[in-house]
Design a protein around this ligand. Sequence first.
Ligand SMILES: Nc1ncnc2c1ncn2[C@@H]1O[C@H](COP(=O)(O)OP(=O)(O)OP(=O)(O)O)[C@@H](O)[C@H]1O
Ligand SMILES: O=P(O)(O)OC[C@H]1O[C@H](OP(=O)(O)OP(=O)(O)O)[C@H](O)[C@@H]1O
Length: 220
Amino acid sequence: MTRPLTFAIPKGRILDEALPLLAQAGIEPEAEFHDQKSRALRFATNRPDVSIIRVRAFDVATFVAHGAAQIGIVGSDVLEEFDYSEIYAPVDLDMGHCRLSVAEPEGLADEDEAAMSHVRVATKYPYLTRRYYEARGIQAECVKLNGAMELAPSLGLSRRIVDLVSSGATLKANGLVETNVIMQVSARLIVNRAAYKMRSAELVPLVEAFRKAVGGKDAA
Ligand SMILES: Nc1ncnc2c1ncn2[C@@H]1O[C@H](COP(=O)(O)OP(=O)(O)OP(=O)(O)O)[C@@H](O)[C@H]1O
Ligand SMILES: O=P(O)(O)OC[C@H]1O[C@H](OP(=O)(O)OP(=O)(O)O)[C@H](O)[C@@H]1O
């Protein structure tokens, strides 16, 4: 028998929305998956041909790009940041909606971009940040953080941040305002391109099940 397909899902905030969608597509993880005390990272499912790994959001893309997992769920922010050619993203899952934005301290946010040649930005997204500023003729020096970007301006690490925004509550609580939207974000179903060809008999029906679960919408 061939090895089960490995399905990578992020352990962060997308997880709660992803589980009902997985169930609609016919995949339900074993009970241990829901046990908060469990240290396991790989789980069996109701389908003997599918197992689940629970990893960090950025690592979902890495596992799938390298073919270590054949299929996964990840935000379009992560997909665009890495731009892996080995990843095919056929279905927009219409969840995990947020936006990637520039934010600055309130009161400092009215500087004219046209007059700037260089900015320093704290972000988890250095590639997308540089690309955004390059398109405006501005060189971005990025300070890479993995979370709590909102602290950077008040502690003098950088004046600007580029981070995900949804309700805006985190920015507000930290005295920042959103000044520019870089991209709109939603979660995508992703598949390793080589696996999609080699294991099409298993992967094509699975992709179709997700497409049906979200109402037939294709990724943009
Ligand atoms: N405020 C938000 N509203 C909606 N979706 C969000 C929001 N923040 C993040 N997301 C989506 O969820 C994904 C994972 O977010 P998050 O960074 O919280 O995950 P995580 O697994 O906790 O990350 P890590 O542990 O690697 O820091 C993001 O890549 C994005 O697509
Ligand atoms: O606009 P809001 O609704 O306040 O959401 C924005 C926050 O959500 C994300 O962080 P998350 O809560 O996922 O935690 P993290 O900092 O660990 O990534 C993001 O990095 C912001 O901090």
